[in-house]
Design a protein around this ligand. Structure first.
Ligand code: 9MR
Length: 668
């Protein structure tokens, strides 16, 4: 039996059928909702302006549902409150304890939250073995090693690191604080820490973080400003300054916005990193938030705890949620100041994504690279994650001989065309029909999964995404095609398997080229085993719901996005979109018609020469890389396959190439 013949039918036959059915049904107009977006959670609303809204988190509370519910509903960034501090992470020399911080990192990754690293070099919560070092050679090597080890452990997972914390003295001196680092290493230690940090994880933003530097006229503020100015002038790597913002009940000093913008003018991002305000007056909170919003390089706000009972200054009730997890007046003031609406009536389905789209496309970014044993006609079906400072792309390669898989990686899109193509049939994945890959990191098992079609739904695993030889031999998700698919597939093909998980379950979607999208499920704990309960998740006429489905979680909202590739009345491929509040829920049309498509040649502008009229099988650029498949709510990007509009012939030999769409109508 040959599976290859089951892959796709020739294009000529497709076009004939499309013309015959005319697809009037899918061309129905969809009302375009108002694109002014008011979200009803802090993270989703901050994301509207490209910012994050975060909270300090304690690993020991992640199991408390009242706590985790607020965290995951409201916040799209997380700072470990104590778990990354030196006394926890390197309690004795050379022995590293990442357990508590890893719990927070996994939680953040599973919920699409950014992670701020706090903190590498600080005089407080410093174990006594460090505080008692008197030799500068020893302390220098101990500090460098600590920075390098910890940053390497979290490499690629941290958005910004507080490299040095609280290095300046309080009061009017503007002097350095007399810490062991200052006393033993001298003035150069901060520079040394930043240089070491840049080498350890070049992708992480490197911040200096301090308190009482919010008032522009304060001597401490001026001293930190002069240090950042000096670093920028001498090319010492620094990307951001964190203003802790532990305020009294009067809130921020009146010059706070001036301070933020003066630092930003030095060429660094600024962030509010540990916000809390005694008694949490609504106005004081709103003023603080507005100071950040008014400075374009103020990239995000973190509050130092979730509920008042979680605060280091609990008796002053300084946070946005009371001890029972209820929103306080300050919460509403913050959300409103950011342009959101506290009204519970906000439709979640409209909160995060607009109802219509426009895009600009790159030219061809990636083309097949044949070698002595692979003569490739088309590079297809890309799946992509950004991990550890690189894009990792997996794709099908097609030729008259059939389908197999290829892997390439590169640091930015301008490098994509020169990346080496590694053919995965050289390793345990083996030769034969393997197509339409999907890659993700399954955090509960610390393992990468590559899902693909082989006639069944199959997968391989790897502990190192960058090692093309590390993938295991294919295993199947199903013992056989589920009955419901057999009953509905008609003359279609079982294709395009797609896995996504929430905090309890994993779901496996697939298409039949016959108008049906199927969904099976298993528990997170059982994955990859136990997929059952296969149902039809969505159906339409054959070409209106054809194949290449993607399902994503939208960051900072309760929204899931479904994309399905359709074949239009012109015979060209395009994407329709739906949203749902749960993966297993029912799907509501978002931009789902030929006239209001998610992505179709009619809402894409191309570089001169429009290299494709098809916008076909691909992948959104995700906000993370784990099994939750979280995408940003803003500035979407989609890696897709397109082809020379004049090309024809057998489907398997079509000249598919890869290009990138970037959303041009993002409201944020
Ligand atoms: O909130 C933290 C608290 O749980 C610790 O006991 C305390 C120990 O110093 O540190 C608190 O967090 C501090 C942060 O790491 C740096 N800036 C000041 C914060 C409040 O003290």
């Amino acid at each position: 039996m040959t599976l290859l013949t089951r892959i796709r039918r020739p294009r000529a036959a497709l076009l004939g059928l499309v013309a015959a059915t005319a697809l009037v049904a899918t061309g129905t107009a969809t009302a375009v909702p108002d694109v002014t977006i008011k979200a009803s959670t802090l993270g989703a609303q901050a994301a509207q302006s490209g910012r994050y809204f975060g909270a300090a988190v304690a690993a020991g509370k992640l199991g408390t549902s009242a706590y985790a519910t607020i965290l995951d509903r409201e916040f799209n960034s997380v700072t470990p409150e104590n778990e990354m501090k030196w006394d926890t992470i390197e309690p004795s020399r050379g022995s590293f304890n990442y357990g508590p911080a890893d719990q927070i990192a996994s939680h953040a990754s599973a919920h699409g939250q950014r992670l701020r690293g706090h903190t590498l070099v600080w005089h407080s919560q410093l174990p006594s073995w460090v505080g008692s070092i008197t030799s500068s050679a020893t302390l220098s090597s101990v500090m460098n090693n600590h920075i390098t080890q910890v940053m390497s452990h979290y490499k690629g997972r941290i958005y910004a690191w507080d490299v040095v914390n609280e290095a300046f003295a309080d009061g009017t001196s503007g002097a350095r604080r007399a810490t062991v680092f200052q006393n033993v290493l001298g003035n150069g230690y901060i520079e040394q820490a930043f240089r070491t940090a840049r080498s350890a994880d070049p992708a992480a933003k490197l911040c200096y973080n301090d308190y009482n530097i919010e008032d522009w006229s304060a001597a401490k503020t001026q001293a930190v400003y002069r240090m950042v100015q000096d670093f920028k002038a001498r090319g010492v790597p620094i990307d951001c300054v964190g203003f802790q913002a532990h305020f009294g009940s009067a809130g921020p000093p009146s010059s706070f916005q001036t301070t933020l913008s003066n630092f930003a003018a030095l060429g660094v991002d600024v962030q509010i990193t540990e916000l809390d305000i005694a008694t949490a007056p609504a106005t004081a909170y709103a003023n603080t938030v507005r100071a950040c919003l008014n400075v374009s390089r103020c990239t995000g706000i973190t509050v130092w705890g979730i509920r008042d009972i979680d605060s280091w200054r609990a008796s002053q009730t300084p946070l946005l949620f009371d001890g029972n997890g209820n929103k306080k007046a300050a919460y509403n003031a913050v959300l409103t100041a950011m342009g959101g609406t506290p009204a519970a009536a906000v439709a979640r389905s409209a909160a995060a994504l607009p109802g219509s789209y426009s895009w600009s496309s790159s030219g061809v970014l990636m083309s097949p690279k044949s070698d002595s044993t692979h003569s490739i006609a088309g590079l297809k079906d890309p799946s992509v994650v950004y991990y550890n400072g690189k894009y990792h792309v997996f794709a099908s390669v097609a030729s008259s001989a059939g389908y197999s898989l290829v892997y390439l990686s590169f640091t930015d899109w301008s490098q994509a065309s020169s990346a080496t193509h590694y053919y995965l049939d050289r390793g345990a994945i083996g030769t034969g029909y393997r197509a339409a890959p999907q890659v993700f990191y399954f955090a509960p098992q610390n393992t990468w999964y590559l899902v693909y079609q082989t006639g069944n739904a199959s997968f391989s695993t790897n502990t190192d995404i960058s090692n093309p030889n590390g993938w295991s031999a294919p295993r199947n998700f199903y013992s056989a095609m589920p009955d419901i698919i057999k009953q509905n597939i008609g003359s279609g093909y079982w294709v395009d398997m797609w896995v996504i998980c929430d905090s309890a379950n994993c779901y496996l979607f697939s298409s039949d080229d016959n108008g049906h999208l199927y969904r099976s499920q298993t528990t997170l704990a059982q994955f990859p085993n136990g997929f059952t309960n296969t149902v039809i998740a969505a159906q339409d006429s054959k070409y209106a719901l054809f194949e290449a489905a993607n399902v994503y979680k939208v960051q900072g909202s309760n929204q899931y996005l479904l994309l399905v590739e359709a074949i239009g009345s012109d015979g060209r491929r395009y994407f329709r979109s739906w949203t749902s509040s749960s993966i297993a829920g029912s799907w509501t049309q978002l931009a789902a018609s030929e006239s209001n498509p998610f992505a179709r040649a009619n809402n894409v502008t191309f570089p001169a020469g429009s290299w494709t009229k098809d916008i076909s099988h691909g992948e959104m650029i995700r906000a993370g890389y784990d099994q939750t498949l979280t995408i940003p709510a803003c500035k979407l990007q989609y890696l897709y396959q397109g082809k020379d509009p004049g090309a024809g012939g057998d489907y398997n030999t079509l000249p598919w190439r890869l290009g990138l769409l970037t959303q041009t109508n993002s409201a944020c």
